[in-house]
Design a binder for this molecule. Structure first.
Ligand code: AMP
Length: 348
């Protein structure tokens, strides 16, 4: 059987690493992105630039590929659903409809009897008055937030006077968890009850942006098992195909909560490129292109550092040891808080 051509919507670093993994498997990739400078065009076979609502460009893209996947979850559900009528989109668009909306996502997780933080929907500023037991809390936009964008820490009700919050958007108010640790599970689902699952990754955020990841996570075995079980349960319930990330909180009493689900390859899984025989990116390509499932083997423990903003200049000049793997995302413009690259170090 000849290999399919894979279309990838989105052209950032995740698209780049997916294209590199596909290339290794002899799969041709075409990236479709609304950013003319999308870094992933450096690694794909072809690049199509267009707005995500430009029907002509979408048609051009869809006609050229056999299977479509995406590197970010905020593509409108309607767009993915339309594309799915002519070429398979994997993971399937209905997954995005749930996960794009923080309330729908949390309701879905709770229905599986999996713990999340306490949360309420907030549509009007005055509604916060009646749920003061949820404070201190984080007010988050229900859609389109990432890396702390669209999030407000509300310690007490008076804080609402000083924060300039646009309540024309929908919000969710989450009780603040007293965090001990954050971990994530990367899992690739191929088919019914067919998975490859990586060990939990321990993550450290700074200003709500992931800064460091490492394996092994320093957690109790009970938490290790529970996090894996919950990730499998979520992937199975979604009938997911491809790589998925479940992010967790562990509080000071060692309670585990699901924070959120990313229906895609994930920043905390970058270390799998060097630490495992098959990376999260390769596994995603294998699953969506229906290639062979290969049993995961860990090669080494590892830690990963995200290189953010101006830090990139130093890393572009630095000399590296044999156990260090630097990846430059080749972004045209350096911006503060922008992920510019990462460094994975294999450790004992
Ligand atoms: P999110 O965009 O929801 O993943 O939030 C980004 C980061 O903010 C998380 O990784 C946590 O470090 C922090 N955070 C978000 N929600 C909460 C919460 N309910 N309690 C404590 N920390 C949180």
């Amino acid at each position: 059987m000849s290999k399919p051509t894979l279309g990838i919507i989105g052209g950032g670093q995740l698209g780049s690493m997916l294209a590199i993994a596909a290339n290794k498997l002899d799969i041709k990739t075409i990236i479709f992105c609304d950013d003319i400078d999308a870094p992933a065009q450096n690694f794909s076979n072809e690049f199509i630039h267009g707005d995500y609502n430009d029907q002509n460009k979408i048609n051009e893209f869809v006609n050229k590929v056999d299977i479509i996947t995406f590197e970010f979850e905020n593509i409108p559900f309607e767009t993915l659903n339309e594309i799915n009528k002519s070429k398979p989109v994997l993971p399937k668009p209905s997954v995005n409809r749930i996960i794009q909306h923080r309330l729908a996502e949390k309701d879905f997780i709770n229905k599986l009897n999996i713990r999340t933080t306490r949360y309420v929907s907030i549509e009007k500023k005055s509604e916060i008055d009646s749920v003061q037991d949820m404070l201190p809390g984080l007010l988050k936009t229900t859609t389109l937030g990432y890396d702390g964008k669209g999030q407000y820490l509300i310690q007490k009700i008076e804080d609402l006077e000083t924060l300039n919050i646009d309540f024309s958007k929908g919000y969710i108010l989450e009780k603040l968890v007293k965090l001990k640790k954050e971990i994530s599970i990367i899992i690739t689902r191929f088919d019914n009850k067919k998975y490859e699952i990586y060990e939990p990754v321990e993550n450290l955020h700074e200003e709500q942006i992931l800064k460091y990841s490492k394996i092994p996570a320093e957690i109790e075995s009970k938490i290790l098992e529970q996090s894996k079980l919950w990730a499998m349960q979520i992937a199975e319930e979604l009938k997911y195909v491809g790589t998925l990330c479940v992010e967790f909180f562990i509080d000071r009493n060692d309670n585990l909560y699901v924070n959120e689900i990313a229906p895609r390859v994930h920043n905390s899984g970058h270390l799998t490129i060097n630490a495992y025989n098959v990376s999260q990116f390769e596994n995603h390509i294998r699953a969506v292109c229906k290639l062979e499932q290969v049993a995961l083997k860990k090669i080494s423990n590892a830690k990963m550092k995200n290189i953010i903003g101006n830090e990139i200049s130093f890393y572009r000049e630095k000399k590296y040891e044999q156990n260090e793997f630097f990846f430059d995302y080749l972004k045209k413009e350096i911006k503060s808080k922008r992920k510019m690259g990462h460094l994975t170090t294999l450790i004992k």
